[in-house]
Each structure stands twice: as structure tokens, then as C-alpha cells.
Design a protein around this ligand. Structure first.
Ligand code: ADP
Length: 437
């Protein structure tokens, strides 16, 4: 980056330097050209006055220096020329400055010499007798001026380039230094350039998101350890008592059953944790395919019927074929967890209704029960990991606290919307809407 800034500053400085030089030479050249032409005009006026008064004798012994004076007769023939023998000169009436002088009293023009390094300035005045005095002088052209000034120009360029390099070096370092000193661990405290504030904000919010994710992960790990520890302690306790040999024969089934139940709880917990971690990683290995939501729901309902019967709950399904694109394992997990909860958090003689139907743009699953219901203030929280309304009841019915988190994640992966209606003591209805597109 330092190199790029350095190169940019150098290029700009050198371009500006060269452009200024060209501009200055051009302006100076124009200025001097004008001044020289004015001077020539003044000289011509003076000479014209002298010739008007003294005639040809005005030129006697006159040193014209770098000026050339020509006196031209009305018919264009040369009466006098300070530099050339008048005999060898052609008619002058066609010259631009002469034509202009005949027309307006004064004329001027310039012509380039063959080398292009010089040009000749002409100025002509017509006298009262109709004759014309013309004076001319040489002037360096633009190129000649540039060549003449080459030496000082080169010195200016060399000094300019050296200064540009030096300044560019210091400037680029100065620009980059605050960036190198940025404390990206605390981007919120950095006050560098306001132009990079959006970048710092992005780093800051990215960091925050990362921190939140880390926090959730830490909490989850702590919760998992805690949840696993309790059944393990129970298993270990029961096993220890069995090992000690003090248990009466008739009590052995009680302790064995406790070990069996707690192990089963651990197995479902571990299964749910594995499933949820898999969802957290995006479940990219699971394949989406065309499925019939009704058929999946029906299979799940059939598999849960014995459990519902055992609990004295009636489980019903109605609906229609509902084709959609989805991941069968996850759709199954959604239906299973919702029905399982509707059975678990119900009352004896309770009912569970499962309904699948098609909307114009949605495929809708509803699981409704007339069970214990969820207090309003906790309805937002039951989709959180390990959140239970009544912990002991959840444990009693073999809950892990992860079922609805799995439902929520699986729904997110299908862009589905979940809505919940529940009234304490009256029942709960959870609807999942899968968009058709
Ligand atoms: P769990 O394994 O404890 O059932 P879930 O994540 O499936 O965990 O549910 C979280 C909590 O939400 C449950 O512990 C229960 O308190 C409450 N809950 C879920 N479904 C229902 C329902 N149909 N009726 C009443 N309460 C429910």
C-alpha cells in the first residue's frame, strides 16, 4: 500500500510539475512576443515620422542594428532597404502587412524561417504620400526558446523530481502509519480516518457476532455437561448400591429400572445434541427432495400411536397430499417433536390433532392439543435450548429440553415460519408454514 501511495503521489507531482513548466513557457513566450511586436510598432512609427520629415536622407549613416527597414513606393517597388540591395527585390504589394497598411494605415504579420527555430516579425505604416515604411526583426520561436532554456528547465525538473520523491516518501509513510497502528482487537476505540470507519464498524460488528456465537456455544457446552452429569450420577449411585450387596432381592428391579431409565434419557439427550450440532453446521450433507408432508406426518403419527395410547391420549391426523421440497429426516423430526410434546404435555383423556393442508403459496402443518398449555410469558422462550416450563415434568416424561430447538432449526433450514398459540390449562397449537417457492 505504501508503494502504491508513493507511486501515485510521485506521478501526480511530476505531471503537475511538467504541466506547469509547459504552461509557464507558453505564457512567457506569448508575453514576450507581444512586447516585441509593440516595440517594433513604436520603432516603425518613429522611423515613419523621420522619413516623412527628412525623406531618404533620414537613412544616411543610420545604424539599424537588429532591425531591418524597408521603404516601399506606392507601386510596390523598394525605394530603400537597410539590409538588401534594392535592385534584387521583388514587388512588395502582395505582402500581408503591406496590404493591411495600405488599407488601414498600419499592418503587421510574421513568417517562419526555414529552420522553424526563428520567425520574422513585420510591422508596416503608410505615410501621407502613399509610400510605406516597413520594419522587421527576428524572434526565437517557441522551440528555440525551449532549447535556449533547456539548462535551467532541466535543473528545475531535477530539483522538482527529487523534492517530489522525498515528499511522496514521507507522505505515504504518514498516511499508512495510522493504519499500521490500528488496534483491531478494539476497533470501536479506533479514531483513524473517518473514511475507514465503515470498515472498522464491520470488523466491530463481526467481532460482536463472533462473541455472541462464542457465548451461546459456551453456555450450550456448560448446559450439556450439566444435563449429562445428573443421569450419570443417578446411574452411578444406583449401580454403587447394587454393587454393595446390601440391596434386598425384591429391590433389585427398582434400582435396575432406574439405571435403565437414566441410560435411556442419556441416549436421547446425546442423540438430540448430535442432531442439533448437525443442524448448527448447516446439515449440508442432507439431501432435499420432493416429499409428501402428509405421508411423512402420517407415518410419524402411526409410530407414536402406541405411546399416545399408553398415556391415554387420542392421536388423530387429517389432511391431504401435500407435495413440497424438503429434507425428509428434518421434516420427520419436526412432526415427531411437535406430536411427542403434544402427547407429553397433555392430560389423561386428552386429544392431539395433526393437520396437513395446502395453501396457494404454502404447505401447512398444524399440531394441536388440549393439554396443559404454556404460560404466555414463557411462550417466546420454549424454542431456546434446554428451556423447559416445568423442569421436573419434562424430566419425568423423558424430555431433553432440545426438541423445540431442533424444530426451530429444521424450520429455518426450510425457510419455514413457526407460530404458536397456547393458553394455560386449555392447550397448545403450533403451526409450521413451508413456503412453496
Ligand atoms: P422437552 O424435551 O422438555 O419437551 P422441548 O424443547 O420440546 O423440550 O420443549 C420445551 C418446553 O416447552 C417443554 O419442556 C414444555 O415445558 C414446553 N412445551 C413444549 N410443547 C408443549 C405443549 N404442546 N404443551 C405444553 N407445553 C409444551
Amino acid at each position: 500500500m505504501t508503494k502504491r501511495i508513493f507511486r501515485s503521489i510521485c506521478t501526480v507531482a511530476i505531471v503537475v510539475l511538467l504541466a506547469s513548466l509547459i504552461l509557464i513557457v507558453g505564457v512567457l513566450y506569448n508575453y514576450f512576443s507581444e512586447a516585441q511586436m509593440n516595440q517594433l510598432k513604436a520603432q516603425t512609427t518613429l522611423t515613419a515620422k523621420g522619413v516623412s520629415q527628412s525623406g531618404i536622407s533620414f537613412f544616411d549613416g543610420l545604424d539599424t542594428g537588429k532591425y531591418r527597414i524597408t521603404w516601399i513606393d506606392k507601386d510596390g517597388t523598394v525605394k530603400y532597404d537597410s539590409k538588401v540591395e534594392k535592385g534584387g527585390m521583388e514587388n512588395h504589394l502582395e505582402r500581408e502587412e503591406i496590404k493591411e497598411a495600405i488599407e488601414t494605415g498600419y499592418g503587421e504579420s510574421y513568417r517562419y524561417s526555414t529552420t522553424l527555430l526563428e520567425r520574422q516579425l513585420y510591422s508596416a505604416i503608410s505615410l501621407s504620400d502613399g509610400t510605406i515604411i516597413r520594419m522587421s526583426t527576428y524572434q526565437n520561436t517557441w522551440w528555440a526558446l525551449l532549447l535556449d532554456m533547456l539548462h535551467p528547465i532541466l535543473i528545475v525538473i531535477i530539483i522538482g523530481v527529487c523534492l517530489s520523491l522525498l515528499l511522496a516518501m514521507q507522505l505515504s509513510k504518514k498516511i499508512v502509519q495510522p493504519l499500521n497502528e490500528l488496534d483491531l482487537d478494539h476497533p470501536e476505540n479506533v479514531q483513524a480516518y473517518k473514511e475507514i470507519q465503515p470498515l472498522l464498524d464491520k470488523i466491530h460488528s463481526g467481532k460482536n457476532k463472533y462473541n455472541v456465537t462464542e457465548q451461546i456455544r459456551k453456555e450450550f457446552t456448560a448446559n450439556v455437561s450439566h444435563e449429562l452429569k445428573t443421569p450419570l450420577q443417578n446411574i452411578s449411585g444406583s449401580a454403587e448400591i447394587l454393587c454393595s450387596g446390601i440391596v434386598k432381592d425384591e429391590d433389585i428391579p427398582k434400582f435396575s429400572k432406574q439405571i435403565y431409565n437414566e441410560s435411556k434419557r442419556m441416549i436421547s439427550l446425546v442423540e438430540d445434541i448430535i442432531g442439533l450440532s448437525h443442524l448448527d453446521e448447516g446439515a449440508s450433507d442432507m439431501v432435499r427432495e420432493a416429499i409428501d408432508l402428509y405421508s411423512i406426518a402420517n407415518d410419524t403419527v402411526e409410530s407414536l400411536k402406541p405411546i399416545a395410547d399408553n398415556a391415554g391420549i387420542t392421536l388423530n391426523i387429517n389432511g391431504e397430499t401435500a407435495m413440497m421440497t424438503g429434507i425428509p429426516e428434518l421434516i420427520n423430526a419436526i412432526v415427531f417433536n411437535l406430536c411427542d410434546n403434544a402427547i407429553k404435555y397433555n392430560k389423561t383423556g386428552g386429544r392431539v390433532f395433526v393437520k396437513v393442508h395446502n395453501d396457494a403459496d404454502r404447505t401447512v402443518l398444524t399440531v394441536k392439543d388440549n393439554g396443559i398449555g404454556i404460560p404466555e410469558e414463557q411462550q417466546d422462550r420454549i424454542f431456546e435450548r434446554f428451556y423447559r416450563v416445568d423442569k421436573s415434568r419434562s424430566k419425568e416424561v423423558g424430555g431433553t429440553g432440545l426438541g423445540l430447538s431442533i424444530v426451530k432449526h429444521a424450520a429455518i433450514l426450510h425457510n419455514a415460519k413457526i407460530s404458536l398459540e397456547s393458553k394455560l390449562g386449555e392447550g397448545t397449537s403450533i403451526t409450521v408454514e413451508f413456503p412453496k417457492k
